[in-house]
Structure formats: C-alpha cells, structure tokens
Design a protein around this ligand. Structure first.
Ligand code: ADP
Length: 355
C-alpha cells in the first residue's frame, strides 16, 4: 500500500470512528429518554389497572418489582419488554447503517481531502526528478572534462590538486542525482520490473563481492554467515534487491570504525527470507530510528562522525532501500545501539515450490 492509500485508510478510520461515537452517543441518549417515557406510561397504566389512584411521579424501582395481579403483570411486562427490545434493535440497525454509510462517505471524503496534498507532493517529486534529470547531463560532461584535464601533463600540481577536489564534488553530485532519479523511478514503477525467482544467498554473495574492496579500504572484515539454509528463494527484481543489500553494506562500512567486523547473514523464518547486515559502528540514537528511512535524513551522530568527505552520503540510501523492499511486499527493520552498532534486516516472502 502506498503512502497516499494508507493515509486515506487511516483518515477514513478516524472519520468513521468520530461519526460512530457521535451516532452511538446520540442514539444512547435517545434510547434512554424514550425508555424513560415508556416506563412512565407503563407505571401509570399499571397503577390504573391495579386500582391505585393515579400518581404522576415515576417510582425508581424497575417494573419487575411491582406487585400486580398476575395476568396484568405478565401482559404489561411482556409488552414493555418487547417495545424495549424493538426499540433497541431499531436503534442498533440505524446505527450500523449510519456507520457503514459513514465509512463509505468517509472514504470518498478523505480521498477528496488528501487529493490536493497528493497533487502538491506529486508536483514536488516531479520537480526533484526533473531537476535531477537536467543536472545529470552537464554533471557527467563536467566530470569527463575534469578527468581529461587531470590527465593533461601541462597542468601543474596545484591545478591538479584543485581539479581533484572538484572531481570529488562532481562525483558526489553525480551520484546524488543518480540516486534521486533511481528513487523516483522505483517509486513510480512500484511492483513492476524484471521479476523472477531469485536465490537470496546468491545475490547476497554478489553484494558481498562488490563491497569487499570498499570494506578493505578501511581494513574492515566483511563476512557472510549463511547458516543451515542453502536454498532461500524469493520472487523479485534481482538488480533492485542487490542494490538494497549493497546500500545496507555500504552504510555499515561508512558508519563503522577501521578494523571492525561486518557480518552479512542470510536465513529464513516463518515463510520469510531474511538478509541481515550487522556492524559494530557508531549506532543510531533512539530518536533517529524512525526517521532514518526518510529522504535526506541524516542523524547528527553520523554527521559529526563522518569519517571522510567521500563517505558522506545525502540521506537517500535507506529511503531507496525501503522503497525497493516495499515494492517487493517485504519489510526493512533496524535494531541499533548508539556507540555499539546496528543490525539492518530485510524480510521478503519466500517463493514456495508450488507458487
Ligand atoms: P546516507 O547517505 O547519509 O548514508 P542513508 O539514507 O543511507 O543516507 O542513511 C540515513 C542515515 O541513517 C545516515 O545518515 C545515518 O545517520 C543513519 N545510518 C544508516 N545506516 C547506518 C549504520 N549502519 N550505522 C549507523 N547509522 C546509520
């Protein structure tokens, strides 16, 4: 379910809940008041039938406690009870109808309420995508020309140093625009893509192979733990899932000190295939845990402890990883302790043989 649909459902539930409370509240008042009137009439009638002088005051006791000639009491009581239960049933039916109709109306209304917000959000996303698209070509051209200039022997060392710094910035900007484009592409395409049966172990090993050189630059040991499960099959787009695992490994390396350990673990549990990345890095504060999957969010700790300029990201990696996993109907979770390390977990439904 996308953000818009889940917000619509939540809003519908709230609208319906408020409506139900008002309806049930008013109906209860109406029911009690009507019951009081009927009770009053019952008592008057009762008194008349039992030959007592008519008093207008309604006694507090319940009708069952009145002593009347037997046949009168039975008739009156059964009349009273049937009116009461009929009234109750009618009010219940009306309330149910109000709630059902209210839920339908609320769904339409919440759609209308959220429509302008959705349009504004879509426009904003489109703007970001267009801007990234426009920037991509000149940035690539700039990168190529800096690289060419760097190789030019006519440039002295000082010029080359400046060019190198420029190149680093351009490469980072280029990767930012690439991520933005990838993110909007992933959001737009949803469940589509080149889907097939994938071996989770195989793509985990592929991701590990790709990231080993990056980890070795910080002398980090990157190992895989496959446990007893050798055949974990899921259904999805191999390229995207590989990217999601790489994002987790890349972060684990980025936010870990030199000479530490990172473990990539594959397993299965309750019809779920699981890929887990554990690190001994800086960890994430409790207040940041819910926000790290938002676009452009970076925790203060990670900003302060950015190990070098090149490792600094833009806060888009986890947003992309989450979108990829959700497009596959899966879940991404995190357990972390500040200063001790983090465990990121991707859970995907297993592809069974008969599917
Ligand atoms: P970034 O490009 O900044 O890494 P991400 O979206 O990948 O962006 O991550 C968002 C934030 O989550 C990071 O800035 C960092 O604060 C935190 N984070 C992600 N992975 C880890 C990790 N393994 N250890 C500690 N912090 C992490």
């Amino acid at each position: 379910m996308n953000t818009f649909s889940s917000a619509r459902v939540k809003l519908t539930i709230w609208y319906t809940l408020v409506l139900a409370m008002i309806s049930v509240g008013l109906s209860s008042l109406y029911y009690l008041r009507t019951l009081q009137i009927i009770e009053m009439q019952y008592h008057q009638l009762n008194r008349r039938l039992s030959g007592q002088p008519g008093q207008m005051r309604v006694p507090r006791q319940s009708p069952q406690e009145w002593t009347l000639p037997e046949n009168h009491q039975e008739i009156l009581l059964s009349e009273f009870n049937s009116i009461r239960s009929e009234l109750f049933q009618k009010i219940l039916t009306i309330n149910l109808l109000i709630i059902v109709a209210g839920a339908g109306g609320s769904f339409i209304l919440s759609g209308k309420t959220l429509q302008p917000i959705k349009l504004a959000l879509d426009k904003q996303k489109q703007f970001v995508t267009d801007a990234a698209h426009e920037l991509k070509t000149p940035l690539t051209a700039l990168q190529t020309s800096i690289e060419v200039n760097l190789m030019d022997k006519k440039n002295n060392q000082d010029t080359k140093r400046v060019l190198k710094e420029n190149l680093e910035d351009v490469v980072r900007l280029n990767s930012l625009t690439g991520r933005l484009l990838k993110l909007s592409h992933t959001e737009e395409n949803g469940q589509s893509g080149n889907r097939k049966v994938i071996d989770l172990l195989m793509i985990s090993e592929l991701a590990l192979k790709k990231m080993k050189p990056v980890a070795s630059k910080k002398n980090i040991k990157l190992n895989i733990d496959t446990g007893p499960y050798k055949n974990i099959k899921v259904f999805g787009d191999e390229e995207s899932l590989l990217e999601a695992i790489i994002i987790l490994l890349d972060n684990a390396i980025k936010y870990s000190q030199k000479n530490s350990n990172i473990i990539l673990k594959t397993s299965q549990q309750k019809r779920m295939g699981i890929v887990e990345v554990s690190d001994q890095g800086i960890g994430i504060a409790k207040k940041d845990i819910d926000k790290i999957f938002d676009r452009f969010y970076q925790s203060d700790t990670s900003r302060q402890k950015k190990f070098d300029k090149q490792t600094g990201g833009y806060g888009l990696g986890l947003a992309l990883a989450k979108q990829i996993v959700e497009n596959h109907g899966g879940k991404i979770e995190v357990d972390s302790q500040l200063g001790k390390g983090s465990v990121f977990r991707i859970k995907l439904a297993l592809k069974t043989a008969e599917e």
